[in-house]
Design a protein around this ligand. Structure first.
Ligand code: GDD
Ligand code: MG
Length: 335
């Protein structure tokens, strides 16, 4: 069974981390975001097509150097074609019923079970659904019996909890008849409303699910992955002077003091003094001086946080330096 991963968005909501790398390759705990999805695929998924626009070369080069036991083709979109246009762009490579995943979601979906549900449903498509407290940042889905009866992308907030599009689909090739070629088309806004009457089956699953494409969602995805036993302290890291509140993940070459956790990730070669850090991701090579406080933030490669600084609810790009005693709250720093 073929899987198309749509991973060509600009990742605007994670800038400036995504100014220097495509969203699919943004590190999440211990591996690039998209690799969490690839690592869960069963043998029945024998070919993966990754549709990329921004950052094509970086994604292509990554998969040239990392094998995964199945064929992975990175397909370049000359200009962004939207979520449906990206699929239309690979139409000639599709050989039958196929699966589509958004590239910025981590979850426990069972690929084979999703495909079986689609075969039972006999519709033109199947959409995996997840229940959230506030559907307004997602595609809201109404279900009656075994059919989806309504799909509204980014509905107004205030309607309470509901089912949303989990960004995991199975389609029959007939879906291509509803997508114009060569121009930008949205699956969620233009295609789903049109194909509902051809039969869209909802698929529910257990476990956990998170989008990872905004600061809040990225940190939520990190929490879920750490809880699912991705938290490891490398034997080549030194945490002997730290006070850790698990889960905390520390990669090789990092030296950590201070009070750290819960839900903190240090990439390789970070140097962290006697600071307070919770709910944060350091990509690699970051440093933090004594008495600094860091919460609910993503810190790019090589950031340097000065003594006594306070950083929260922020994304700091690669190489950003925060002076001693500065306060950074709700900001995006760096290019
Ligand atoms: N190839 C390609 N080309 N991929 C694209 C393009 C494009 O022009 N535009 C977006 N994508 C990819 C993104 O990289 C991402 O992996 C996926 O399509 C979804 O786009 P996002 O921009 O992240 O959308 P969203 O998070 O606001 O909403 C989507 O995901 C939600 C679940 O996380 C929608 O599908 C919602 O309905 C859904 O609930
Ligand atoms: Mg997204």
């Amino acid at each position: 069974m073929q899987l198309v991963i749509i991973a060509g968005g600009l990742g605007k909501r994670l800038r400036p981390i995504t100014s220097t790398r495509p969203k699919a390759l943004v590190p999440l705990v211990d591996r690039p975001m998209i690799v969490h999805t690839l690592d869960r695929l069963p043998p029945s998924c024998d070919e993966v097509l990754i549709a990329v626009n921004f950052g094509y070369e970086a994604v292509r080069d990554y998969f040239r150097n990392h094998t995964s036991g199945r064929e992975i083709r990175v397909i370049q979109e000359a200009k962004p074609l939207g979520t449906a246009g990206a699929i239309k762009n690979v139409e000639r490579r599709i050989e039958g019923t196929f699966v589509v995943y958004n590239g910025d979601v981590v979850d426990t979906i069972d690929f084979d079970d999703l495909v079986r549900a689609h075969q039972r449903g006999r519709g033109i498509g199947t959409i995996a659904v997840w229940s959230v407290d506030d559907p307004s940042a997602f595609g809201a889905i109404q279900v009656e019996g075994k059919r989806i009866t309504r799909f509204i992308e980014k509905p107004a907030s205030g309607s309470g909890p509901g089912l949303v599009n989990a960004g995991r689909y199975v389609f029959e090739p007939q879906v291509f008849d509803f997508i114009d070629g060569g121009r930008e088309v949205s699956l969620e806004r233009q295609v789903f409303p049109r194909i509902i009457e051809r039969g869209l089956t909802p698929y529910r699953y257990e476990g956990w699910w998170s989008d990872a494409g905004t600061l809040a969602n990225y940190l939520n995805a990190q929490r879920l992955l750490l809880a699912a036993s991705r938290a490891k302290i490398s034997p080549e890291a030194d945490v002997s002077s730290a006070v850790l509140t698990p889960p905390v993940h520390v990669a090789a070459g990092s030296f950590i003091e201070g009070k750290v956790g819960p839900n903190v990730v240090f990439g390789r070669a970070c140097k962290i003094g006697r600071a307070h850090i919770s709910d944060a991701a350091f990509l690699e090579g970051g440093s933090v001086d004594d008495k600094a406080t860091i919460a609910s933030s993503i810190l790019g490669a090589g950031v340097a946080i000065g003594e006594g600084a306070d950083v929260r609810d922020s994304i700091l790009g690669d190489g950003v330096q925060v002076p001693p005693h500065a306060k950074v709250a709700g900001e995006r720093l760096g290019k």
